[in-house]
Design a protein around this ligand. Structure first.
Ligand code: PLP
Length: 305
């Protein structure tokens, strides 16, 4: 982690090294925190945050599901993100708003604790590595089942969810793979530990529906809108593990990862190596986030204006 200058904590910009919390912070013990992950990209008009409003909406919905009162309006959070990019003087970065139960009471009733809100940012290359975008990744189906709405609501981006993700990730990397693919409790494909998944078969693009127990990714939604605009047949439908193996193309989507081809699943090479649709979507995404496509400029929040 390369330190930057400032972090926003409970309404104030504090120096990077002073952004500290107490060891008895409630959220650290019980995982009671919600967060989001946003990216800011360089454009001809300066740094621009991609789909900031949508990310803040999701952040606020995560907080609502967990009955956390944020104490900041949508506009205040949006402005704090913009201002933080300026304070840190970066062109491209990953932005992490987090709301958590603060120091105070211990025990399992989080409603007794104050909710603190912080926003940090750092410079972060593609999550699965720069090479992953070009060459794709090798994935394995995890033995860990994805959390579901009856245990930890997957549509809330709660810190606790990521213990489930971490177990899958550890299993994948310690077996020599780059990433995990998690099945839901019905045995259908859900998502990666920090990415949604798409499949291409016979020219049809599909992704598991929200009801499969996934986070409704903003990159996923971006790809769906691209597909509609490109006239590609698209369905939200469940698919099985064996349908992963027989796909023509498979890819992950996520703010941190980007659009990443999956070239192999558990020793099966996916398709014939011609990732033509994935590559088209990757290019469209890259052009969009860097402000090169007028049509999608509506998704950019320029921090200097
Ligand atoms: C579990 C999970 N699924 C999917 C995604 C992709 O979501 P987005 O495209 O909004 O980053 C993420 C990342 O936030 C995630 O953590």
């Amino acid at each position: 982690m390369q330190p930057l200058k400032k972090i926003w904590m409970d309404g104030k910009f504090v120096n990077w090294d002073d952004a500290k919390i107490h060891i008895l912070t409630h959220a650290l013990h019980y995982g009671y925190a919600v967060f989001d992950g946003i990216r800011c990209f360089s454009t001809k008009k300066g740094p621009a945050i991609f789909r900031l409003q949508d990310h803040i909406d999701r952040f606020r919905n995560s907080a609502k599901i967990y009955m956390m009162k944020l104490g900041y309006s949508k506009e205040e959070l949006i402005n704090a993100c913009k201002q933080l990019v300026l304070e840190n003087n970066v062109e491209e970065c990953y932005i992490r708003p987090i709301a958590y139960t603060a120091y105070g009471a211990m025990g399992l009733n989080p409603l007794k604790n104050k909710i603190s809100v912080a926003i940090a940012l750092w410079e972060w290359g593609p999550y699965l590595g720069q090479e992953s975008l070009e060459k794709g990744v090798r994935a394995t189906v995890s033995s860990w089942v994805r959390i579901d709405s009856r245990s930890l609501p997957p549509q809330a981006k709660c810190s606790a969810n990521y213990a489930n993700s971490a177990l899958a990730k550890i299993e994948a990397v310690s077996s020599g793979y780059d990433e995990a693919i998690m099945l839901n409790s019905s045995g259908m494909v859900a998502e990666g530990p920090g990415e949604n998944i798409f499949r291409v078969k016979d020219g049809i693009l599909s992704t598991p529906p929200a009801s499969s127990g996934i986070l409704r990714g903003i990159t996923r939604d971006t790809v769906i809108q691209f597909a509609r605009d490109m006239g590609i047949t698209f369905y939200r439908n469940d698919f099985t593990r064996e349908e992963l193996f027989t796909s023509d193309e498979l890819f992950f989507t996520g703010t941190a990862a980007g659009i990443v081809p999956i070239r192999e699943v558990d020793g099966r090479i996916i398709g014939d190596g011609n990732y033509s649709l994935t590559k088209r979507l990757q290019k469209m995404y890259d052009d969009t986030v860097h402000g090169r496509l007028k049509k999608y400029e509506k998704w950019l929040t320029y921090v200097r204006s």
